[in-house]
Design a binder for this molecule. Structure first.
Ligand SMILES: *Cc1c(COP(=O)(O)O)cnc(C)c1O
Length: 462
């Protein structure tokens, strides 16, 4: 199994090299050269397995010779040992035909832990073997940063610098990033929005001299290994509801398109699905793209679901690559148009190809709040605002095929929004009950590439 770039101009890499590279050198994203099929009998055989065993079976075919069976087993076991629920990703029923997949029982209370905890272990294994040292630079709308800092803190061969948009993350998110005492992790409050953070990270990757000097790598959702780790829970939840003998639909609160793209990989492997529903808040570029076949950015408007406050949705490039029959030059041209003119029109065939897999919907701020209150009253489930966006959108698609909505974060990560909606302040789980007392360490920097690069170099030398 090899990986190719969505822009067609970067070298093919194996799984380990793809994971350690993060972004392809031509600016594209790595995808498998062919998605391995999982026959129905193998899908059926996942029933009754632990999450860890299912993860090994789903991920193994994508990894080639990169890790031995024993290395992979150990990494998976360590990755999920810190989760606060024995099922790791438990399913709850909200209503007839509507289920919630709780992905917030990891150490930083968001679904990002599923992938980040695992790649922390895999990085450690690979770097210890080669003696290499890398610098992880990441942009976060809140949850990726906390998950990355938690997964990589204290690792000897890794320095971590996380850029977050100043004032645009919740206090719990910020504190999870700024209270890690380990010397190898650094939280930076950038004077800009999430798209600015993400753009500066991309600029650093495009500066090859800098990139090579500091051993730059990315663990944002553009990193293929993260997408792969997220494929697993589409399988475990669908099998719990009767797959492969019946189809299951999914509704995914979406920002950078990583989580829902993982769902499309599960589908491509053979997991029967009718629809993958993209749920957006009022930053609805993806919903508009499916409706109008125009992919056009607007200004980001802050919302009560800040992890989805995005206009430039990185992983959408992977879906586009498939929708354009894997034509890297065509993808590169559209991405240049996006950068230069703020958008592009989808070629006719591509719009149809996307609509064959994805459906979409959006939730306003009011609809999100009402959904939090109603779901608590009707089903006793307290939703975070992102999950509530998902539940609201999913309700338009309920029918004979069971629907699984992904609950992407714990309500206690967004206590103000939840309290405003339902009058109840969700308490933090015991293991982080003292979060508000811990000392914060944060660096405030301008939206300036030179300043940021200097900061990364200094921290690496330290
Ligand atoms: C990251 C995140 C999302 C969006 O996921 P993508 O993979 O970026 O689409 C949604 N909800 C929460 C809570 C998140 O942390």
């Amino acid at each position: 199994m090899n990986y190719i770039s969505t822009r067609g101009q970067a070298p093919r890499l194996d799984f380990e090299a793809t994971m350690l590279a993060g972004l392809a050198r031509d600016g594209g994203l790595y995808v498998p050269d062919a998605v391995p099929a999982m026959p129905a009998a193998e899908i059926a055989a996942l029933a009754g397995l632990s999450y860890e065993e299912a993860a090994l079976r789903v991920m193994r075919p994508f990894m080639g010779e990169s890790f031995s069976e024993a290395e992979l087993e150990e990494a998976v076991a360590k990755a999920y040992a810190g989760f606060a629920h024995p099922a790791r990703a438990p399913l709850k029923q909200l209503a007839p035909g509507h289920f919630l997949l709780e992905l917030f029982h990891g150490p930083t209370l968001a679904f990002k832990d599923f992938a980040m905890q695992l790649i922390g272990q895999l990085f450690q294994t690979a770097l210890a073997r080669s003696g290499r040292r890398v610098t992880i630079v990441g942009a976060t709308s809140g949850d990726t940063g906390s998950a990355a800092i938690e997964a990589f803190r204290g690792l000897p061969n890794v320095d971590v610098v996380i850029l977050f948009p100043e004032g645009r993350v919740s206090e719990v998110q910020r504190r999870q990033m700024t209270t890690a005492a380990d010397a190898n992790v650094h939280a930076v409050a950038l004077a800009g929005d999430f798209d600015a953070c993400q753009a500066r990270v991309k600029d650093m990757f495009n500066d090859f001299a800098f990139r090579d000097a500091v051993g730059l790598t990315a663990v944002n959702s553009i990193n293929w290994a993260r997408v792969l780790a997220q494929v697993v829970y589409f399988f475990t939840s669908a099998v719990a509801l009767g797959a492969p003998h019946r189809a299951v639909n999914f509704c995914v609160p979406t920002g950078n398109f990583g989580d829902i793209y993982a769902g499309s990989i599960a589908r491509a492997m053979g997991l029967p699905m009718e629809r993958l529903v993209i749920a957006t808040n009022h930053n609805d570029i993806l919903h508009r793209t499916l409706e109008t076949a125009e992919h056009r950015t607007e200004a980001v408007r802050p919302s009560i679901s800040p992890s989805m406050d995005i206009q430039v949705s990185s992983n959408f490039e992977r879906a586009l690559f498939d929708a354009l029959a894997r034509d890297g030059a065509a993808v590169a041209a559209l991405m240049a148009e996006l950068k230069g003119q703020g958008g592009f029109a989808l070629p006719q065939g591509a719009a149809g190809a996307l609509r064959a897999i994805y459906a979409s919907g959006r939730a306003s701020e009011d609809e999100t709040r009402v959904t939090i209150a109603r779901t608590y009253a009707e089903a006793g489930e307290l939703l975070c605002p992102h999950s509530a966006v998902g539940v609201h959108v999913a309700e338009a698609f309920l029918g004979a095929v069971p629907m699984v909505t992904l609950a992407t974060a714990h309500p206690a990560k967004f206590p103000d929004a939840v309290e405003a909606a339902v009058g109840l302040r969700p308490p933090l789980p015991a293991h982080m009950a003292d979060l508000y007392e811990r000392t914060e360490r944060v660096t405030h920097l301008p939206d300036d590439l030179g300043v940021l690069q200097e900061f990364v170099c200094e921290r690496r030398a330290a």
